[in-house]
Design a protein around this ligand. Structure first.
Ligand code: ADP
Ligand code: MG
Length: 342
């Protein structure tokens, strides 16, 4: 019989990386979500070779104080929660304290950060999970994280990376999904030195519409209903695509719960039912919807990638979604009735 032994920390982090860091887009997701959690107004994402060679995320957020740098890259260390109570009410995108050490364990990683009140920035490099001592650096207030040669030390993962265009497409899609909900934040995305997206911060309903149109097309804007409905402690707002905005693929479906993009069976079922009478078989609705509810009513700690949630009162949520969407779509049917009769 083999004896039981404690695993080395680099290996623990690599195992954790296996759960959430599947491809370059997963790195971008974790880094940009950290920037948003840090209150950034501006996030710049530079990608080379689909992210396999370089991912650099720069923000103007709160930064990390010098003494906390070693913790930022340590497993199970976070500034976002401190207790079980906090976990139940978590309002940030992150809370697991695993992303940075995971990413750093499967790449050549560097973090440079300066809080506004700190005179100098510090830079810490981690090579395949082994941190070097921090050194002083030049940096404006905020944080830059560089991830080079992702999976260079995990050949099995590296081999599974798809074509550069495919990997970049996933990154672009991920940025779009964050830019749809964080409309007040400016996003810049470049690939191989070429500017791909420049999304200016929106400040009112009109500039928010500009961003939605930028990301989903003018057609979607024109062929969708703006909704905002609240009842029983639930609020649903956003854009409900009309049947004319339906698609051959389910590629314009964004559903956020308390600001987090999620995939959920209950949500999917309610949406499908609401559209059942107005869509032809095989067509997929387009929508951008934001559900807000008391954080205590939803568990976000279901899966490491945090793209799944569990509703405490799933029946209530389902019926609220179905009714709200069905009512919105019914109005359009009533509105179009005269032209059908004519
Ligand atoms: P989590 O986001 O779950 O807390 P991470 O491993 O992603 O865990 O990050 C660890 C900690 O590092 C965060 O809790 C935060 O305090 C700090 N951090 C990471 N990225 C940034 C950033 N861009 N700006 C400021 N602080 C950051
Ligand atoms: Mg995080």
């Amino acid at each position: 019989m083999s004896r039981i032994r404690q695993l080395p920390i680099e290996l623990i982090n690599q195992i954790a990386a296996g759960e959430v860091i599947e491809r370059p887009a997963s790195v971008v997701k974790e880094l940009v979500e950290n920037s948003l959690d840090a209150g950034a107004r501006r996030v710049e994402i530079e990608v080379e070779e689909g992210g396999a060679r370089l991912i650099r995320v720069r923000d103007d957020g709160g930064g990390i104080v010098a003494d906390d740098l070693p913790l930022a890259i340590s497993a199970h260390a976070t500034s976002k929660i401190a207790s079980f109570d906090d976990l139940e009410r978590v309002a940030t995108l992150g809370f697991r304290g695993e992303a940075l050490p995971s990413i750093a364990s499967v790449s050549r990683f560097a973090l440079t950060s300066r809080p506004a009140a700190q005179e100098h920035a510090l830079r810490v490099e981690v090579d395949g999970g082994k941190p070097q001592p921090p050194r002083p650096a030049q940096h404006p207030a905020g944080t830059t994280i560089e991830v080079r040669d992702l999976f260079y030390n995990v050949p099995a993962r590296r081999k599974f990376l798809r074509a550069e265009r495919t990997e970049f497409g996933r990154i672009d899609e991920l940025i779009a999904s964050l830019a749809l909900v964080r409309t007040q934040v400016e996003f810049r995305l470049t690939h191989n030195g070429k500017a791909v997206r420049l999304l200016r911060p929106a400040s009112d309903e009109a500039t928010v519409a500009v961003r939605i149109g930028d990301l989903l097309g003018e057609e979607f804007l024109q062929q969708s209903l703006r909704i905002d409905h609240a009842a029983a402690g639930l609020r649903l707002s956003g854009w409900v695509g009309l049947p004319t905005a339906s698609r051959a693929q389910a590629d314009q479906q964004y559903f956020y719960v308390n600001g987090r993009l999620v995939r959920d069976k209950i949500v999917a079922h309610a949406v499908r039912q609401a559209y059942a009478d107005v869509l032809f078989h095989g067509r997929h609705p387009a929508f951008v919807l934001f559900l807000e509810l008391d954080p205590l009513g939803v568990d976000v700690n279901v899966h490491p990638a945090k793209s799944e949630v569990r509703f405490r009162e799933s029946r209530l949520v389902h019926d609220f979604l179905y009714r709200t969407l069905n009512d919105a779509l019914a109005q359009t049917r009533a509105g179009s009735a005269p032209s059908i009769a004519a």
